[in-house]
Write a protein that binds this ligand. Structure first.
Ligand code: FEO
Length: 393
């Protein structure tokens, strides 16, 4: 039995609750889902996106339980394999189906899945496709999060099928969002891990969608939003330039000297009314760090000197943070060293995409002395001064 969003609009996707990693990198504490939607019109039937190849059988079984005579169109909003990977199996089962997508997506589907050229039906931005009593409009929403991404809008029912845009890695029973707080956190994690580098195109895409009347947003991960403003407002916030009175401190410590410095910094910032997010990189979840970046006005890395440079775990975190291009305004470092090194310069070199002002780092020989703790207090004062000085907007 499959869920029906509106008459003739079925959820035929698959949950993957025990998947724990995406891209062999991103933790999935709540699993994920691959949402596929079957639209049965009075004349034609369309499938919007498919599922990860691991779940093809579930998709085909779900389609069978709706029981369409045929599938005329397979709409590919996005070429990434967690949505496109079952297209070849659907084409094998329904050989008359055409793959409907934009020109960029076609090239990617040929590259990644070897779908034959003659299977494609190429559409342009704004083009409409009739299923009889249902009409689909294709709206190009590039860079959420690949260049070819688009959304499909069902005019009569005012449903936006947005694929990754507005998605959440979460596998919950029930097709509609009920537990808003839980879904908000998953969607925020998803945005932070996947969408954050594309804040500018996202703002443009939100403007494009602002012209539509939308009753439901049906993404391709997570659940369907019957209250679209809930997720649209969240995206407006996350993609904005606004940062909060928050300092993120990702650190690692080999013999506790850096930990003493980080603990002192944490206490001093809190005393000054600043919220801190402290992550021990030996165990930290990269998704938690990504989420913190949506709020943090300042990042202070904590690293011991390791073979005259920053510790490899800090380098790894810096590499990921640089890729995510957060809106963070200020950067600094506390670092304990034994006999010298260039940890702070190396850190700055690793973050070329961040538009941050570097605040004087605190470099400590060995275990912090009184004067080092005083330097940390001075750094805390400087951060407060910057945050209070109108930098949070
Ligand atoms: Fe869910 Fe970009 O794939």
């Amino acid at each position: 039995m499959v869920d029906e969003l509106k008459p003739g609009v079925y959820f035929v996707g698959a949950l993957h609750p025990d998947r724990r990693l995406f891209d062999k990198l991103i933790p999935l504490p709540d699993g994920t889902s691959y949402n596929s939607y079957l639209l049965v019109g009075s004349e034609k039937t369309a499938l919007i996106d498919t599922v990860d190849p691991e779940k093809t059988e579930i998709l085909l079984n779900n389609i069978d339980s709706v029981g369409p005579e045929r599938i005329d169109y397979v709409i590919a909003n996005h070429a990434e394999q967690d949505h496109s990977g079952s297209i070849p199996a659907v084409l094998e089962r329904y050989p008359g189906a055409q793959v409907v997508c934009n020109q960029k997506c076609k090239g990617m589907l040929i590259d990644h899945l070897h779908i034959p050229e003659e299977k494609f039906y190429i559409i342009e931005d704004g083009q409409e496709l009739s299923l009889g009593d249902k009409t689909l409009r294709f709206i190009f929403t590039p860079w959420v999060h690949w260049p070819e991404t688009m959304s499909t809008y069902l005019l009569e029912d005012k449903i936006l099928f947005s694929c990754d845009f507005f998605g959440a890695h979460i596998a919950l029973d029930g097709v509609f969002v009920e537990d808003k707080e839980r879904v908000y956190n998953s969607a925020k994690r998803y945005y932070a891990e996947i969408m954050m580098p594309f804040a500018i195109p996202i703002r443009k895409n939100l403007e494009i969608l602002g012209g539509l009347e939308i009753d439901m947003i049906a993404p391709s991960h997570g659940q369907v939003y019957r209250d679209p403003s809930f997720i649209i407002n969240a995206y407006n916030d996350w993609s904005s330039d606004i940062v909060r009175n928050v300092v993120m401190i990702p650190f690692i410590s080999m013999h506790d000297s850096t930990r003493v410095a980080v603990d002192h910094l944490d206490r001093m910032l809190k005393q000054r009314g600043i919220k801190t997010l402290v992550y021990d990189l030996a165990t930290a979840d990269v998704g938690e760090i990504a989420m913190g970046l949506l709020d943090a006005a300042t990042i202070v890395f904590g690293s011991p000197c390791f073979l005259s440079g920053i510790h490899p775990s800090v380098a790894n975190a810096a590499f990921i943070i640089n890729c995510l291009r957060p809106k963070t305004r200020f950067l600094s470092m506390v670092s304990s060293y034994g006999w010298g090194g260039r940890a702070s310069g190396q850190l700055q070199e690793m973050l070329p995409l961040l538009k941050t002002e570097m605040l004087e780092p605190v470099l400590i020989k060995g275990l912090p002395h009184k004067e080092d703790l005083a330097a940390i207090e001075a750094l805390s004062d400087k951060i407060k001064e910057k945050h209070d000085g109108g930098a949070l907007r």
